[in-house]
Design a protein around this ligand. Structure first.
Ligand code: MGD
Ligand code: MGD
Ligand code: SF4
Ligand code: MO
Length: 678
């Protein structure tokens, strides 16, 4: 048996684990003891991360759709067809008739190549990925405030915090190893926990203060905390004067947000607002942790900017165990953004609209006319495919039929697109719509790097060979580029791709594969002798002075009415991963939660005469699903929660395609639904 150190494929914690193999198949996984995140532990998904790779339903050969059926094809046939079609659309309808969805499940190197293929070869900025659905509002909001959209501090600092404010993050379920740091801080070191979440999450039970706001009212309670902090003179004058701008504007806006006013909007008792403000402000080391409960709203950027205001007003940023800490979700969503798989920036957030940046990349890639028009986002790409504006769509490692909002709309759009390429490790619901399917190698079958939520760039390593004819995503992308006649995408090993990315990306400037031994490096790492950066914004903010960006409370896009009288919020559970392509092929995980359900409050269930485990129909203005009820006290009265993992009753049939005007992130966390007994 061989044991190879690699990085977990699931969440942004980025645990270090060993994969065990008998040379042909993976046979087990166990944690690295010295890795700074895993420290000898993994969550249940990490322990079981070896199983899906061996599944007999892995894609093993390219497939081409003929007369509505998928037929086995050779790599030559499949790739020639893709290149022929994409070239034809480019020549006939222009570069922007093409679009590319990249993948946070794949490596930095693969994301870098996907954006190089889109930009250098096909000359379009129509490239995006699931970060749009996830932390687009974080990048926009924190960039406004601090000049950088990344997590400001590091995972191990949670253990030394005095106060931790957790909001819109079900940390123990979705980022279990960070959740365990928070539990250690509370249980072993006496840290005080403030949890603000509409669902009674596991951490609520050990919180000093727990409040259940109405969904979509976050700006109001955050402004309320700032109101109390200013009113009671708990703000950090020196920090505000020396390091920030715009305080007087903030003061003006939060003036209206008295605890009484905030209670009316949010349903959080005013005493809790006052208590939470005092607790957070008075401690020296206070950390903010947030995730999708904050970002996935039409006011996502406002929510994030407001949390940044809260940290700056108290000076809780720029040193150990403080800061604003968005927990990035996918194993490599931080890295996919860093690598430039976004419509407005190259790697390292260098703008496509900047003439000097464009010239730098033109020179390095030996091309002319890189596009400088900002491209389309995920949901815009899908809609444009439905409108006939996008003719050729290339989806690598995403499953939008299950994960994008308003599934019926997504299905309609994908059925209309002229030519769809899907590159995945399994035949997904999205792949059903493809004209060509390309089989990718999974995380255990290739070399590369992932970047975790604390900006730690870490290696993944090839342990076994891919099944059948499957190939690593980077190899497939290189072959496509080569077949178009482009000579600049020919690499022998992913380390060469990282060397190129480092040479073009200042924050990765000092990174190469040797430097990443054994447990990775946290960017910014601008030079070869730089030790990496655990804490951002120490002496000054990335943008110089931090900027207060005051926001007023705005309602969600859809409110309840007499007919659609429940608020639906959606999210995830501990046992499953997103569209469940991998976790439904993992016996332990599937056994624990095999079927879809909706969480409902006991009282609502009683009023509607619905029993626990009974099937009900949940409908929104966009569609209906039928699933079992879990009655309990996790959600408050009037609110329902559905995990979006299950294709059998896909929550996204119900969700609304309403997006934040700046970040274009969909409002997955609020829509109006009704319930019927069946
Ligand atoms: N097991 C597992 N782990 C995962 C994932 C997975 O699929 N499965 N996915 C990964 C990914 S990509 C991501 S992005 C992360 C997401 O991680 P999380 O954001 O922690 O997960 P969610 O379940 O989407 O939502 C988090 C919380 O937001 C709360 N919430 C809902 N509406 C509101 C609101 O209006 N305001 C506030 N303040 N809170 C609200 C919900 O009650 C829920 O507890 O998880 C990552 N980790
Ligand atoms: N209702 C609702 N919807 C949501 C959310 C929500 O909270 N509520 N959250 C949103 C968020 S935050 C996210 S991140 C998205 C996630 O949405 P997606 O990214 O669409 O979901 P995944 O299931 O992670 O899709 C990853 C795909 O990559 C494939 N894959 C795995 N490894 C590889 C590889 O090495 N190569 C290739 N080529 N493919 C691979 C998997 O089989 C899978 O099909 O969902 C969003 N959708
Ligand atoms: S906490 Fe995240 S990275 Fe660690 S084992 Fe679990 S899923 Fe993998
Ligand atoms: Mo995500």
């Amino acid at each position: 048996m061989s044991r190879v150190l690699t990085t977990c494929i699931y969440c942004g914690c980025g645990c270090g684990l060993y994969l065990v193999s008998d040379g042909k198949k993976l046979t087990g996984a166990y944690p690295s003891r010295n890795h700074p995140v895993s420290r000898g532990a993994l969550c249940v998904k990490g322990w079981n991360s070896y199983e899906f790779s061996n599944d007999l339903n892995r894609l093993t050969s390219p497939l081409i759709k003929k007369d509505g059926k998928f037929i086995l094809a050779s790599w030559d046939e499949a790739l020639e067809l893709v290149v022929k079609k994409f070239k034809h659309y480019k020549d006939t309808f222009g570069s922007d008739s093409l679009a590319f969805l990249s993948s946070a499940k794949t490596t930095n190197e693969e994301n870098f190549l996907m954006m190089k293929l889109a930009r250098a070869v096909f000359k379009t900025n129509n490239i995006d990925h699931c970060a749009r659905l996830c932390h687009a509002s974080t990048i926009a909001g924190l960039s406004l405030a601090f000049g950088s959209g990344a997590m400001t501090n590091s995972i191990n600092e949670f253990e030394d915090a005095e106060v931790i404010l957790v909001t819109g993050s079900d940390t123990t379920a979705q980022h279990p190893l960070i959740g365990s740091r928070i539990i250690n801080a509370v249980k072993d070191k006496g840290a005080k926990l403030i949890v603000i979440d509409p669902r009674r999450i596991q951490l609520a039970d050990m919180a000093a203060i727990y409040a259940q706001p109405r969904c979509g009212t976050d700006v109001a309670w955050i402004n309320g905390l700032i109101y109390v902090i200013i009113e009671e003179n708990l703000y950090d004058r020196k920090f505000i004067e020396e390091r920030t701008e715009g305080f007087s504007e903030l003061k003006k806006v939060v003036e209206d947000y008295t605890p009484e006013f905030v209670e009316k909007i949010t349903a959080i008792p005013k005493e809790k607002i006052i208590e939470a403000a005092r607790l957070y402000a008075k401690a020296r080391k206070s950390m903010i942790v947030y995730s999708m409960g904050i970002t996935q709203h039409t006011t996502g950027v406002d929510n994030v900017a407001s949390l940044a205001n809260l940290a700056m007003v108290t000076g809780h940023i720029g040193f150990e165990s403080t800061g604003v800490n968005p927990l990035r979700g996918q194993n490599n969503v931080q890295g996919s953004c860093d690598a430039g798989a976004l419509p407005d920036v190259y790697s390292g957030y260098q703008k496509v609209t900047d003439e000097n940046v464009k010239m730098k990349f033109e020179q390095a890639w030996n091309v002319e006319d890189l596009p400088s028009k900002i491209g389309l986002t995920v949901t815009e790409i899908i809609s444009a495919a439905g409108d006939g504006k996008i003719k050729g769509l290339y989806i690598m490692g995403e499953n939008p039929v299950i994960s994008d909002p308003d599934s019926n709309h997504v299905r309609k759009c994908l059925s209309k697109v002229e030519f769809l390429v899907v590159q995945d490790i399994f035949l997904t619901d999205t792949a059903e719509y493809a004209d060509v399917i390309l089989p990718g190698a999974g995380f255990a079958e290739k070399d590369g790097t992932f970047t975790n939520t604390e900006r730690r760039v870490e290696r993944i390593r090839k342990v076994i060979s891919p099944p059948g004819q499957a190939k690593a995503d980077w190899e497939i992308l290189c072959e496509i580029a080569g077949r178009t006649g482009y000579k600049g995408m020919d690499y022998k090993h992913p380390s060469e791709i990282m060397d190129e990315m480092a040479s073009l990306t200042p924050v990765y400037g000092g990174i190469n594969y040797d430097k990443l031994e054994p447990y990775g490096i946290q960017w910014p790492c601008p030079t070869k002798d730089h030790p990496g950066t655990p804490i951002l914004h120490k002496e000054k903010f990335t943008k110089g002075k931090g900027t207060f960006t005051p926001r007023t409370y705005i309602q969600p896009a859809e409110s309840t009415d007499d007919e659609y009288n429940f608020v639906l919020t959606t999210g995830r559970i501990y046992w499953h991963w997103h569209t469940r392509t991998m976790t439904n092929r993992t016996s332990t995980l599937e056994r624990e939660s095999p079927e879809p359900y909706v969480e409902m409050n006991y009282e609502d269930a009683q009023n509607l005469q619905i029993r626990d485990d009974q099937l009900i129909k949940v409908s929104s203005r966009r569609g209906s699903i039928i699933l079992k009820v879990k009655a309990g006290n996790i959600v408050p009265k009037g609110t329902l929660f559905i995990p979006f993992h299950y294709r059998e009753a896909a929550a996204n049939i119900l969700t609304i395609l309403a997006v934040d005007p700046v970040a274009k992130i969909p409002e997955y966390k609020v829509c109006a639904v009704k319930v019927e007994r069946i």
